[in-house]
Each structure stands twice: as structure tokens, then as C-alpha cells.
Write a protein that binds this ligand. Sequence first.
Ligand code: OVM
Length: 402
Amino acid sequence: MPQDAAPPRGAPASDIDPFTPKNILDPYTWHHELRELGPMVWLSRYGCYFAPRYAEAYNIIADYQTFCSSAGVGFTNFNKETPWRQPSMLLEADPPEHTRRRAIVGRILSAPNLRAFRAGFEVEANALIDRLLEAGEVEAMHDVAQAFVLKVFPDAVGIADGDRMNLIKYGTMVFNAFGPKNAIFDDCMKDAAEVAPWIMERCLHKNLKPGKLGDQVYQAVAGGQITEEEAPILVRSFLSAGVDTTIYAVGNALWSFATNRAEWAKVKANPALVKQAFEEVLRYESPFQTFFRTTTRDVELAGVTIPGNEKVMLNMGSANRDPRKWERADVFDISRDVRGHVGLGYGIHACIGQMISRLENDVLFTELARRKVDFEMTGPVQHIVHNTLRGISRLPMRFKQG
Ligand code: OVM
């Protein structure tokens, strides 16, 4: 650490590279180091600022006028470089355009509008649990998290069966593209020419099942609330943001419980705890870790002056384990007061799909708990090497009737 050199632009500098495979696989060590270094850190390898602590991350997210999203929420600054795909009309947009679209999509993804899906999700969860108990040993990412989410979520959007692995391939591109253009990015982009057009085809009205969530976006076009051009790109947001995130959340939940057996015992004894336990999973192993904002003007934050049109990096995993905010931050404790975690963001860009993601998790884990199912690791866990998401690639487990 070049502490003797003058800290660039008033912030302490670090040459830590958050995007090496080693640091991706063990994020919590460098999160800790950078939180201790200061409230705003200059990442010298990338030439951008990082706010590793909870308080600054919270303030940055709250101030969407100064820290905007329309220049992209990845490392790429859309003011300087062309994005790899047409920007999202929700995620990569600012008010006022964002506000109008968000209101429409928010209504479609609201809890009351999703209630009708619960019974169907329960049928799928129970069929899956039957299979798991019969199989005994499984690879839980493929056989539980993917199996469940790739069934219920695309069904809810109204996507036809078949080739659904393309949804995961696409999500992998979208989320890795928020990071620097490294080998991880290059590797997953190999599929782009094939998968990106497949996704756009699935977003067309004629390919969406009537009455489901995707079709409801087109109903809003008929109602004059959004334009014909916006509709497929808004449906694309469902497919970009809703698959990998929820799959990794389910995986992170299974792993957190399997390695903290007393916490699963509490849930099994009282399935009503599933909801708050899921919030603790989002804090403890936040699936969406790293993202960026772009300054719209010179701004002072925590004594550091950041010029306009600069990228500021945030990490929800780091904010969610900041000991300044959380007692025993590195402990998975479903009984804690987890309010204020930023695993789903916060403010005008807070996860718009959180109600359906919660519903998926709630149904799956409530059925597991209600049926007194136990699960344990049967081999070592393997995490994904990913620029943005914290998730698991291999989760060998045994399921049994508890
Ligand atoms: C989108 C989108 C894509 C990825 C993530 C996300 C977390 C949104 O296309 O709108 O939100």
C-alpha cells in the first residue's frame, strides 16, 4: 500500500484488484482491508473510487441526482464508451424517464399482482422436494436452485419451455459486463452472438404467453402508459435481472443453512421465520455485490472531492458486513435485526423484482421447512468466478426427511 505517496485526489489509494479470481473467491478479506483504509478509497488499478463502508454506500445510493445510473451501473462509463447492449430502460436510466417506466413495471411486479402465482410455485416446489428426497445426493445448484427458478420464473413471465439455459448464459453476460473487460468478461461474451438475439426474440409480444407478466407490459402499451419501443426492452429487464440473481440467492441460502445448522433448525421448528431468514441471507451472502454510479458534478463525500463524470464503485457485500453498522457482521444469524441491509439496493433503483424473488425463495424454503426436510453438504462448495455476483457453481448436498 503506497501510504507514503500522496493519496490521489484526497483519498487513500489501494492497488488491491477486486476482480482477480482469488479476490472474487474470497471477497471478505479485501472488503475488510478497504473498509479499514477509509470511507472513500482510490482503486489505483482501475482509476476509480470505492465506498467500502455502509454509511457512504447508503448515501451514494440515496443521492441519485449526484450519483446517476444513466452512464451505466458498471465500470464502463456510457459517456465515454459505447455499452455492449442497448441500455436498460430501468437500471441504466435516471428520472424522469425512469420514474414513469418504473411506476408501470412496479405495479406489474407488486405483491398483490403476484399473489396468483403462489399456488403454482408451491406445486412446483413440492414436486421438486419429492425428487430431492428420492435422489438423496444432488448437486444443489443444478438440481435445486436452477431447477426451481428456471421453471417458475420464466413461466411467470410467460416464456415458452425449451432452451432456458440461455437465460442463465444471458444473465452471466449482463452481470459480468458490469465489471471491467477482463478475461471473465471475454469468456462469457463468447455466447453473445447466439444468446442475445434469442433473448430479444423471447421479449416480443407474440412469443409471450397471454396474461403473464411479460404480456402485462404490452398491455400497458395498449393503455398508452409506455411506448411500443419500450415494451420489449422492459421485458428484457425481467430476463436479465430475474434469473441468475434468484438462483444464486437460493444457492447462497442453502449453503448458509447447511453451514449453520442451528439456523435451519430454527426455521424448521417455525417456518414463519423463512422470510426474515431470507433477508439475513441477502445481507450475509449478497448475490449482487459490485456495482457503480457516475458523478454528475464535482462532489465532496467523506472529505474527498470527486470530480464530475467519474465512476464510484459500491459493494453491497461489503456494506452489508460493515461492523460499523452490524454487530457480529460475519455471523449468519437469522434472529438479528437485519433491517437496512442493502442486498436489494435502496431508493429509486431498489430491486424492482424483489417481490417475485422473495416469493420464489419463500415458497421453496417454506415447503422444505414445513416438510421438515434436512440437507447437508456432501463435498466441498465451489464459488463462481464472476465480476459482479456472489454465488456458487457446485453445491454437493444430501436431502433427507428430518
Ligand atoms: C436490466 C437489469 C439487468 C441486470 C440487473 C438489473 C439488478 C437490471 O436489464 O434492467 O438489476
